[in-house]
Design a protein around this ligand. Structure first.
Ligand code: MD3
Ligand code: FE
Length: 207
């Protein structure tokens, strides 16, 4: 049997496990393949403002935002086509990491891909468009580093920050699944494939 974790996991808050550098570059390559098929775009918030991050998706379902609200959709509204398939290495990696974190049987059907330029951020929010909050979310970060803010279940709860680096993986489950969170700042830096950008993947069971 393989060792449970290749790197020592760090419990950030109950239910939130950071695995520094656990994601290898083949997972980044898979994400860039998805972006080549379904180009990242800045979606409109229901309030009519463009989101800061450019997003795309792969898998059976993709997260979309427009004047009608936030939801998961089987078709890319830009092309009218199904989202690209969820690459097998990403699905397998997320399932393995989730199982090791105490969530056996995680079978992601959606992967949201966020691209951040320097100077962009993502405001504090909860992820609540998924059907079953007993299912975790697995996040992979690539490229330049970012200041990730972790709050609590209520918007006004105290928050802390942690910097996420290239290859870092975070599992959000159990009591951490519904906490407020956001990206305060993208740090300056350079990556061979991504330049100054940061790429974040979140693997989810949405449907
Ligand atoms: C905590 N993305 O896509 S990943 C998002 O770096 C999102 O692009 C950020 O928040 C990013 O919704 C943060 C970390 C993350 C993702 C999902 C969570 C943290 C979470 C769901 C529940 C709790
Ligand atoms: Fe989120």
């Amino acid at each position: 049997m393989l060792l449970p974790f290749a790197v020592a996991p760090i419990a950030l808050i109950p239910g939130m496990l950071l695995l520094p550098g656990a994601a290898a570059d083949d997972l980044l390559d898979a994400a860039l393949g998805v972006a080549a098929l379904a180009p990242p775009r800045r979606m409109m918030t229901p309030m009519g403002k463009p989101m800061s991050a450019a997003v795309t998706n792969c898998g059976e379902l993709g997260w979309v935002s427009d004047a009608a609200g936030y939801r998961y959709a089987a078709l890319d509204p830009e092309s009218g086509l199904p989202w690209p398939a969820l690459p097998e290495n990403l699905a397998d990696f997320a399932a393995r990491i989730a199982a090791e974190a105490g969530f056996p049987g995680f079978a992601p059907d959606a992967c949201l891909v966020n691209f951040y330029e320097p100077g962009t951020k993502m405001g504090q929010h909860q992820d609540r468009d998924e059907r079953d909050f007993s299912q975790p979310i697995v996040s992979l970060s690539f490229g330049t580093s970012a200041v990730f803010r972790i709050g609590g279940l209520k918007r006004r709860d105290p928050s802390t920050t942690v910097t996420l680096h290239h290859g870092d993986v975070v599992v959000f489950g159990g009591p951490a699944r519904r906490v407020h969170h956001g990206i305060d700042r993208i740090l300056p830096g350079h990556h061979e494939q991504l330049g100054a950008k940061r790429l974040n993947l979140t693997l989810r069971k949405a449907g």
